[in-house]
Design a protein around this ligand. Structure first.
Ligand SMILES: [Zn+2]
Length: 328
């Protein structure tokens, strides 16, 4: 019935394919709304598992998911399939980096941002421009959120507006400032609406940088322009080309944790790893992850070969543990 969509638009939604990168609070809301809207195929990529304190804002998950220690991409897929069985949902448990992002974005009409970190956004921007797939940026922290829509070759890109990654620890994070579930829900709703507009071919695509604060009730739009000499707009994809073997990163939403990714790893057989680990305690594993404690840290290993080392913020110590116990 809605004039902006109509029967023809609803058909187009049904033929639409999107990828949501990150299934935390933003990703949960985007996925929920797009599945209910009847978007044909939704791929969800997330590297994390669900923790109790996520439930305040990550609206697809419940206490059973925490008890069952499910990865977010898998739990999201299960809940979404129960919401609308006509939508094809693909949940992928993986860290998104230069080595796999093009594969995850292939064959989709829109890339949606459900991320909690800036680095991956520059990577998505590169892939969006390189492949010509629209990218809907969105972020939220505290009671505040921002979004912009990038149509390759038409609008300014993410790097036109935010030319460089700010130095570490200069930006607020979920740890320092928290994040309201209502802020992420509001931003997720805006992102999902933009995706629907792109899929139905609407002329009303957002051309501004939108900011919103749900606590002091402000909503503003700032005109943005293409930046002269923007590397990404000129076809130089710095972030996609930044190939490193080991990626270490502190994780948002987990109080003290470092993720270690070996981008050349072809995966790890968790059963074999469980069989050869010695000198560790509290080891448990299932098809999705293997957990154990050692040297005062909790280590969680995923089949794609990466590990999350909890109870430390020391990235080099985390990498040492990774090579001592996981990639021996
Ligand atoms: Zn640009």
């Amino acid at each position: 019935m809605f004039h902006g969509i109509g029967e023809e638009g609803q058909r187009k939604l049904g033929q639409g394919k999107v990828v949501i990168i990150g299934c935390g609070a933003l990703g949960c809301n985007i996925a929920n709304l797009l599945v209910r809207a009847g978007v044909g195929k939704i791929r969800i990529v997330d590297r994390d598992f669900i923790e109790y304190h996520n439930l305040q804002r990550q609206t697809l998950f419940d206490e059973n998911d925490v008890k069952n220690q499910l990865p977010k991409a898998i739990a999201a897929m299960k809940h979404l399939e129960e919401i609308n069985s006509l939508v094809e949902i693909e949940g992928i448990v993986a860290d998104v980096n230069f080595s796999n992002i093009e594969k995850f974005c292939s064959g989709v009409n829109v890339i949606l941002d459900g991320l909690d970190n800036l680095e991956t956004r520059y990577l998505i921007n590169d892939v969006s421009l390189k492949s010509g797939i629209p990218y809907i940026y969105g972020g939220a922290i505290s009671s505040f959120g921002m979004t912009m829509t990038i149509i390759p070759g038409v609008t300014p890109c993410f790097r036109c507006v935010f030319p460089n990654i700010p130095p570490p620890r200069t930006m607020p994070t979920c740890e320092t400032d928290g994040v309201l579930g209502t802020a992420t829900s509001a931003m997720g709703a805006l992102e999902a609406t933009e995706a629907m507009k792109i899929l139905v071919g609407s002329d009303f695509i957002n051309r501004d940088l939108i900011t919103m604060d749900v606590w002091d009730i402000s909503f503003e739009r700032f005109p943005i322009t293409k930046k002269e000499g923007c590397p990404a707009c000129s076809g130089r994809y710095d972030f996609l080309g930044q190939k490193v073997k080991i990626i270490r990163s502190a994780l948002c939403g987990q109080s003290r944790a470092v993720q270690v990714v070996d981008t050349e790893s072809e995966g790890i057989d968790l059963t074999q790893l469980a069989g050869r680990l010695t000198g560790v305690t509290n080891m448990t594993y299932d098809e999705y992850m293997l957990r154990f404690d050692v040297d005062g840290c909790s280590i969680i290993v995923f089949p794609d070969g990466r590990a999350i080392i909890r109870n430390t913020l020391d990235e080099s110590a985390a990498e040492k543990l990774y090579f001592k116990y996981v990639r021996t």
